[in-house]
Design a binder for this molecule. Sequence first.
Ligand code: NAD
Length: 271
Amino acid sequence: MNQLFDIKDRVIVVTGACGVLAGSTAIYLTQQGARVVFLDLNAERLKAAVAQVECGDENILALTCNVLEQETLEDTFKQVMDRFGRVDALINGAGGNMPGATVAPDQTIFDLALDDYRKVVDLNLMGSVLPTITFAQAFAAQQSGCVINFSSMAAGQVITRVPGYSNAKAAIDNFTRWMAVELAHKCGDRVRVNAIAPGFFIGNQNRRLLTNEDGSYTARGQSVIDNTPFARFGKTEEVFGTIHFLLSDAAAFVTGAVIPVDGGFSSFSGV
Ligand SMILES: NC(=O)c1ccc[n+]([C@@H]2O[C@H](COP(=O)([O-])OP(=O)(O)OC[C@H]3O[C@@H](n4cnc5c(N)ncnc54)[C@H](O)[C@@H]3O)[C@@H](O)[C@H]2O)c1
């Protein structure tokens, strides 16, 4: 591996590590020789995720952890430090929408379940803020480290029906830039904070929204395809390269960036 892109032995914490994008990224990172900490709320899925890892057990750690519980995060941080003695990167993968926080086609914003809206904002904003503040303690002590957040196409332009998710992801873009400046000012030029903004990838949460039982596109799915110049959904493995780049020394002067991985969706006006 070109030295610029070498991430062997880096200690990388991944939250939401059983997710479609975050989980497959975590497994990819183990294949690149990184030492990966899998954090997820769901113990069963965590077991299944690490069962797919082929590197030795000494290079991985899997812990159930709710990214919204500060005490649990502190305890998790201690366990990671006890095991590996350092943290090189945090990938904030936990996130996503919830059905209750969606404005259904026959509803308006006045029907929105505000409790569900709050839950989605919490997960997608606080669920990245709290782990970042926790694990960045290591970055401050080491004067080096890297955070990667997950933004979304919903952050920049309006995607109908998902207000809480959109509002929180827009806040993630701002948080990414804010923390990039804060940590650079306080910790120096070896602590970086960036985000990737995936376009449309079929996952558990959006499968039924975008595709029918027979695999054909729903009207919404077709609209996504029509507005994606590559005219297709993303493949999970297509996020690996951008994340690998951001983790590596190749991105040494990159901080505060939100990089779309979207087949051109965010560039296209639709006309
Ligand atoms: N899949 C897409 O098309 C897409 C597109 C744009 C952005 N994103 C964003 O990328 C990120 C990763 O997506 P994904 O596809 O891996 O998501 P996913 O929905 O497949 O998985 C999310 C994971 O987070 C875990 N989780 C949920 N709440 C948690 C909590 N409180 N504490 C710890 N873990 C928790 C879940 O158990 C699950 O394993 C998310 O922020 C998502 O919003 C995804």
